[in-house]
Design a protein around this ligand. Structure first.
Ligand code: PYC
Length: 403
């Protein structure tokens, strides 16, 4: 029997080649999904470069909420396709990614907010996405722990109920894509920092890295938090401001909270993981920074806000808190596609607080764009050219806990 239990590697370390057809910067869910989808299309000679370990950036720092109840028709259609890929991912990638579609509730505490949620519900329904406005009797049935009395300063009046929404095991998603891509021959190189991008005459020719220069026909910027610094390497100034986003997790409790709860008015959201912990977060910090440090004011404010919704958790202990960096665009929508005047450079950036949920469909569309040279209809509205043409997407009302 000796040897039977040989340790199976999730992905294979391979030597760094001198040239690749496609170099993807960033081994998070976006970069790995793009590599996997390219390899599925038969593209070979792909490298994914990562400054730290696989999934070290925003893919390992997000709060793993999956949903498609956005505000713009373009956003709803796009995120809906991602939810559909997530629904089949455990089977397709042969790894349990623990996608738990437990429903998602966005609360309204004012009449004006109810009107806003109604608009979202209608846009969702017109795009075939399951969302509707519900009122306290139904909220009580779905989430009995929520305080629906008139005690809170901002009582809950209604909610946008999005049954397909839920949570997932984010590191399993990253590992599943890394393993699947590696099995299809993709080279994944952690601890390989891109220090420059070689280009001239409007054409990208490769990258400089901490391990030497690499030639490449196509270079993809799939970074989150560092999108602007990578784009600056080709002289491109992105309409992005980077902000910290913080979250915390409590000790595990017996399961008592099914849906994900979000309140823009209270600047808080909360979900209960399959391990029983409560994951609690808020909107981006209101200053720009590349800091990954978490703060006491965030914990104090979030604790106070979540107790407005769930007063019964007042003695629950916080285990840890963390922060990530979010690349925010002016319209709270991402930037995907080619860059006019710069052949071979592809953007998959500006993922703000919504990147993890979009990884699978973004990877699929970016792979199609690289393979065919044609921008898929689904991502045409997210082109960088919209900032010049003024065709902004205005997704702020539905992004994380924004309002
Ligand atoms: O888009 O659901 C979301 C979200 C929650 C926290 C950050 N983003």
């Amino acid at each position: 029997m000796i040897g039977v239990f040989k340790r199976l590697k999730m992905w294979s370390p391979r030597p760094l080649k001198k040239t690749y057809d496609v170099v993807i910067i960033g081994a998070g869910v976006h970069g790995l999904a793009t590599a996997y989808e390219l390899a599925r299309r038969g593209v070979r000679n792909i490298a994914v470069l990562e400054r730290y370990y696989i999934g070290a950036g925003s893919s390992g720092r997000n709060t793993a909420i999956i949903r498609s109840n956005y505000r713009t028709p373009e956003g709803v259609a796009f995120y809906d396709q991602s939810v559909k890929i997530y629904e089949k991912m455990s089977v397709d990638l042969d790894m349990n990614v623990m996608f738990s579609q437990r429903g998602h509730l966005t609360f309204a505490h004012t009449e004006q907010a109810i009107a806003g949620l109604r608009v979202r519900a209608e846009i969702n329904q017109l795009t075939g996405v399951d969302s509707r406005v519900i009122y306290p009797s139904e909220i009580a049935r779905l989430a009995p722990a929520v305080d629906l009395s008139s005690r809170p300063r901002f009582p809950v009046l209604a909610a946008l109920y999005h049954p397909p929404g839920g949570i997932i095991r984010h590191d399993a998603v990253v590992w599943a894509y890394a393993r699947a891509a590696s099995r299809l021959g993709v080279d994944i190189h952690p601890f390989t920092t891109v220090t420059g991008i070689n280009h001239g005459g409007g054409v990208v020719t490769g990258v400089d890295t901490s391990r030497g220069a690499i030639g490449a026909g196509t270079v993809v910027n799939s970074t989150a938090g560092w999108a602007s610094t990578i784009a600056a390497m080709v002289g491109l100034r992105l309409p992005i401001v980077s902000h910290p986003l913080q979250a915390l997790v409590t000790e595990p409790l017996k399961p008592f909270l099914d849906p994900v709860l979000v309140s823009a008015t209270l600047n808080v959201y909360v979900s209960q993981t399959d391990r029983g912990e409560l994951v609690i977060g808020a909107e981006i910090d209101p200053y720009s920074s590349y800091s990954n440090r978490s703060t006491l004011p965030f914990m104090e404010a979030s604790a106070a806000h979540v107790l407005e919704l769930l007063p019964s958790i007042s003695s629950v202990k916080v285990l840890r808190q963390w922060a990530g960096v979010c690349d925010m665009t002016p319209d709270y929508s991402p930037i995907m596609g080619f860059v006019p005047g710069l052949k071979g450079f592809v953007l998959d950036v500006g993922w703000g607080t919504y990147g993890f949920k979009a990884g699978p469909i973004s990877g699929r569309c970016i792979a199609e764009l690289i393979h065919t040279g044609v921008t898929p209809d689904l991502i045409k509205p997210f082109s960088i050219t919209r900032f010049a043409s003024g065709e902004m997407l205005g997704e702020k009302a539905a992004a994380a806990v924004s309002h």
